[in-house]
Design a binder for this molecule. Structure first.
Ligand SMILES: Nc1nc2c(ncn2[C@@H]2O[C@H](COP(=O)(O)OP(=O)(O)OP(=O)(O)O)[C@@H](O)[C@H]2O)c(=O)[nH]1
Ligand SMILES: [Mg+2]
Length: 430
């Protein structure tokens, strides 16, 4: 099998189709096969061949010396990649001399089966991540009660997320609260109407920002990545699950844990509706937490504009690993904006005693870094959309010079601490 002469448009199109669901020519890390194909091209694929272009840019980001150090057999003609052993995939490229009718018929049959299978995939539910500013009448308004009232609004397709109190002056604070809505079920008008019904407490409601998070399939977003985001953290903290939830809005059960080897890549377009009114493509690298991959991981955070330092709220030493990565970024990528992400929030919500990472330690760490904090559950989806929406918003606002924490509306840990206290109260009956 071969892509053919990679100096021709047809061959580059085959390469593009091949890379539609793969990060590399072979396996899960850059190899000599990538170098062989890269060298065989006459230059960068054109914009419309988005998968090939994304791959090309990634391989081009390595120096020649680094490329020559990639593992694999350099003598092998990697422009003829090994057959893919993934049953889901189809061999779209016959060899140059596969011209006989039988081979063509088999190819067409497989292509048709592949397309039928693809067509049966369930449609993505369009969701938006919304952050609302809810303003009280004065500094005497009971903000805890206001938050309770807002959260009491329940309807199909609405999931409340994290919140914080933001000072607005004269001792008055507004409630900033996030939620994820299914677009065809819940709109901002509904939210505004429902919240302003608490008229004793609420003076006004504004949409701080709204991000459509599932408007595009990951594949269609690969064209031109605006911001490279890297996920870093100890093995097993939940990086891959976070990426899966963000890209595909799904959670693969705990039984199916597969440690990441090298790294995995995916991209997604977010539509920022207000106040930016533009789209941003996030290209996300999920790195391997295993210590044996650390030197390789450097390759993936190079050039990142945002890094999500993941820790597991139920695993105390995972915060130390996040600190290690913060140090590495400070040394090598000082311009990379950092977000702390406490994963597996659902476990701490279910059993507060399971939380072994202290919120105070996280806050101190975040303050030292000037980083935003999010606590997420890839199982329930809580705060995942908010995290990536904030990254996109911060990226857009970056040029205006806002600080990371203010720009993204840093998520307060206090809500979870409050929940914890409430649950502890419930448990002890006081
Ligand atoms: N309950 C719960 N389990 C989670 C969550 N996120 C991840 N897990 C589970 O934690 C285990 C590890 O998750 P991964 O996402 O594979 O961890 P990782 O950080 O990518 O690990 P490496 O690739 O080895 O570095 C898996 O069994 C997941 O199902 C979560 O939000 N809630
Ligand atoms: Mg992983």
């Amino acid at each position: 099998m071969s892509f053919g002469d990679l100096k021709t448009e047809g061959a580059v199109q085959k390469l593009n189709a091949y890379l539609a669901d793969k990060s590399y020519i072979e396996g899960y890390q850059p190899t000599a096969a990538d170098v062989a194909v890269f060298d065989a091209l006459s230059g960068a694929p054109k914009d419309s061949l988005n998968h090939a272009l994304r791959w090309y840019k990634h391989i081009a980001s390595y120096s020649k010396a680094e490329r020559s150090g990639f593992p694999g057999d350099k003598s092998k003609n990697a422009a003829a990649p090994a057959a893919n052993d993934d049953d889901d995939d189809v061999d779209l490229f016959g060899s140059d001399d596969e011209n006989d009718a039988e081979a063509e018929r088999i190819k067409q049959e497989r292509l048709q089966a592949y397309q039928e299978k693809k067509a049966k995939k369930p449609a993505l539910v369009a969701k938006s991540s919304i952050v609302l500013d809810v303003k009280p009448w004065d500094d005497e308004t009971d903000m805890a009660e206001m938050e309770r009232c807002v959260r009491s609004i329940a309807t199909d397709g609405l999931l409340w997320g994290a919140s914080k109190l933001v000072p607005v002056g004269y001792g008055i604070k507004k409630l900033q609260i996030g939620c994820v809505v299914e677009d065809d079920k819940v709109g901002t008008d509904f939210l505004e109407e429902e919240i302003t019904k608490f008229e004793d407490l609420v003076q006004s409601v504004d949409v701080k920002y709204l991000v459509m998070t599932s408007a595009a399939t990951p594949d269609s977003a690969a064209a031109s990545v605006d911001i490279k985001v890297v996920l870093l953290g100890q093995r097993y903290v939940g990086k891959t699950a976070l990426m899966e939830r963000f890209l595909h809005d799904r959670f693969l059960s705990a039984d199916g844990y597969l440690t990441t080897i090298g790294a995995a890549y995916g991209s997604k377009r977010l539509m920022l509706q207000a106040p930016s009114n533009r789209s941003v493509v996030l290209g996300v690298w999920d790195t391997a937490g295993g210590e044996e991959y650390h030197s390789l991981t450097r390759i993936y955070y190079r050039g990142s504009r945002a890094a999500v330092l993941c820790y597991d709220v139920t695993t105390a030493d995972s915060l130390d690993r996040a600190k290690f990565w913060a140090g590495e970024l400070a040394k090598h990528e000082p311009d990379c904006r950092v977000y702390l992400c406490g994963c597996k929030l659902d476990l701490a919500t279910e059993d507060p005693a399971a939380r072994t990472v202290s919120p105070a330690a996280v806050k101190k760490f975040a303050n030292d870094l000037g980083a935003s904090i999010f606590e997420t559950s890839s199982k329930t989806g809580e705060n995942v959309a908010e995290l990536f929406a904030a990254i996109a918003q911060d990226f857009v606002r970056g040029s205006s010079g806002d600080s990371a924490a203010e720009a993204s509306g840093t998520v307060s840990l206090s809500r979870n601490a409050n929940q914890q206290q409430q649950q502890q109260k419930k448990q002890c009956g006081c």
